[in-house]
Design a protein around this ligand. Sequence first.
Ligand SMILES: Nc1ncnc2c1ncn2[C@@H]1O[C@H](COP(=O)(O)OP(=O)(O)OP(=O)(O)O)[C@@H](O)[C@H]1O
Ligand SMILES: [Mg+2]
Length: 252
Amino acid sequence: MAIVSLRGIGKSFRIPSVRRDTVREHVFGLLHPRRFEELRVLDGVDLDVRAGETLGIMGRNGSGKSTLLKIVSGIYQPDRGEVRVAAAVTPILELGVGWNPELNAIDNIYLIGSVMGLALSEIRSAIDEILSFADLERFANLELRHYSSGMAARLAYSVAFKAVREILVLDEIFAVGDAGFRARCHQRYRELSAAGHTVILVSHEPYTIASFCHRAVLLEGGRIAMDDRAERVAEAYLRLLGGAAPAVPAPA
Ligand SMILES: Nc1ncnc2c1ncn2[C@@H]1O[C@H](COP(=O)(O)OP(=O)(O)OP(=O)(O)O)[C@@H](O)[C@H]1O
Ligand SMILES: [Mg+2]
């Protein structure tokens, strides 16, 4: 049975037009109202995700992956189409959203943990584990504004992993984490999947998608251009990017 079902999803954004070719036109342009054009990001996306499935989403920068995750998480409404999500979603999307830079890590864990639905007692007993998963024990009392982007990302993932409800929707931005942290995240995905959670994972890394996901889709031109076994989609993604496809390992 599908736990997430999308039918005919369309989403466009209005973006400012840029056609000011000369300095003169630019200066006069400042006096005129800005013009906008429509950017059609999703254009008829149909997708069913079964309960307990791990689905990968791949596609170039700007192909609409994060937009799709925001629609599944209820952060964006689609312009067209139907969204049916039959269980609670925990999104890990934009790192840092909702965090208070003036507070230290521990206070932020309380803040974000409670926003994500954890009880105070649950947070209190999980603090050590959260800091240890993120490898940030030494920085527990440092205000977040002094964190590096990688440290902030590790903390955000670590809190969200503690608070996962039925469906985990994850926009993986692993450029920020180091190899040790990546390995811990991969291990956590496997644990969540083994515990029966449904996971929807956006990643640019063919290896992550092929080794972790059962199935994957490729977003291209606003639609699902491919929906197949994860390692096949990972290979197609590499071909799409123009490189010869290196061998992608079969799932463990
Ligand atoms: N709120 C917004 N307003 C205007 N344009 C937006 C908005 N959100 C997204 N877009 C545009 O929609 C397109 C798709 O963005 P999206 O973030 O979904 O891409 P993505 O596939 O996640 O890319 P990446 O691989 O870089 O993360 C981009 O061109 C982006 O500029
Ligand atoms: Mg994105």
